[in-house]
Design a protein around this ligand. Structure first.
Ligand code: SF4
Length: 116
């Protein structure tokens, strides 16, 4: 049991490092909410263990490869217009770099935003 939780922790750390490198040039950063970040990364490690890919923890898999590949974390490039308009990704794992308090951000459903 200890070995499993160690593996989850080390994989979370690796994803955190890798994702940070990917989202930085896109103008995003990890949410300052550490508890949320830890929870979401842990869910991604579990999804990765199950499917071999760190899918989004807050979006359903549709078992349609082309659609599912658009919810592989970090999915920012696929949903850029929407995320830029709300300054965060759907799950809230990433926010725009200037966001200090994610709780104050508006929640816009995708239909209110023009898609790429
Ligand atoms: S919504 Fe956020 S957490 Fe979910 S896949 Fe996209 S970037 Fe990752």
């Amino acid at each position: 049991m200890k070995q499993i939780s160690m593996n989850v922790e080390s994989r979370k750390k690796a994803l955190r490092y890798f994702f940070g490198k990917v989202v930085d040039p896109l103008g995003f950063k990890f949410t300052p909410d550490e508890e949320l970040m830890n929870f979401l990364l842990e869910q991604e490690v579990i999804l990765e263990g199950k499917h071999g890919i760190p899918f989004c923890p807050c979006q359903p898999l549709r078992h349609d490869r082309s659609r599912d590949m658009q919810i592989v974390c970090p999915c920012i490039p696929f949903h850029r217009n929407h995320f830029d308009s709300i300054k965060r990704c759907w799950c809230g794992l990433f926010v725009h770099k200037d966001v200090l308090d994610p709780d104050k951000l508006p929640q816009l459903p995708p239909v209110e935003v023009s898609h790429e």
